[in-house]
Ligand binder design. Structure first.
Ligand SMILES: [Cu+2]
Length: 194
């Protein structure tokens, strides 16, 4: 669902209204005894319903869903280096969502920024592990250097944000330095363009 949060609110509301409307119809069908026992409107885990859950392919499909609100929509915003890209500023930072976990991974594992822009990273922990997100120069991040910007103690399904301006010489990276996580590969690279 987090991938879909860059869609204008209006569309989300519109989809919700449609879902509610169809939901009411489904309820009516259920009352009349015609609702199928599986693949229904609210299909859960592995379901193919409109609100398909963890592995669903529904309209509002979740973590692994191939849904209408999935990555294709979120990635429609022009990225750095592309025509129409709008770089973040200190007054209006660009939001980049990062998933920490499950396991010792960041998604995405590479992020492209425009030289000089200000980015707010919204980091969400997707599993039971508690993560950190440190961002800065490659050397400082690799060394877990004191004073390098970071947010810590990001618990399960919790989101924390950190804002960083890429106005230095770089190169840049991000990492989790919870015990053992960096060593397990929990890091990502930032490519600066422009
Ligand atoms: Cu971690």
């Amino acid at each position: 669902m987090f991938k879909g949060m860059r869609i204008p609110n209006g569309l989300v509301v519109a989809v919700a209204v449609v879902a509610l409307t169809l939901g009411a119809a489904a309820f009516g069908a259920a009352v009349l005894g015609h609702l199928p026992s599986s693949g229904g409107m609210m299909g859960g885990t592995n379901g193919s319903g409109m609100m398909g859950g963890t592995n669903g392919s529904g309209m509002m499909g979740g973590t692994n869903g191939s849904s209408m609100m999935g990555g294709a929509v979120a990635s429609a915003a022009p990225q750095p280096g592309s025509a129409g890209f709008v770089p973040g500023t200190t007054i209006s930072p660009r939001t980049v969502r990062v998933l920490a976990g499950p396991g010792y991974t960041f998604t995405p594992s590479t992020i492209t920024v425009a030289r000089g822009e200000t980015v707010t990273f919204v980091v969400t922990s997707m599993g039971p592990l508690v993560h950190e997100f440190m961002v800065g120069s490659v050397d400082a991040v690799a060394a877990d250097q004191v004073g390098t910007p970071e947010v810590a103690d990001i618990g399960m399904m919790q989101s924390k944000s950190i804002t960083y301006t890429f106005d230095g010489s770089g190169p840049y990276a991000y990492a989790c330095h919870a015990t053992g996580h960096y060593e397990a590969g929990m890091r990502g690279t930032i490519t600066v363009v422009g």
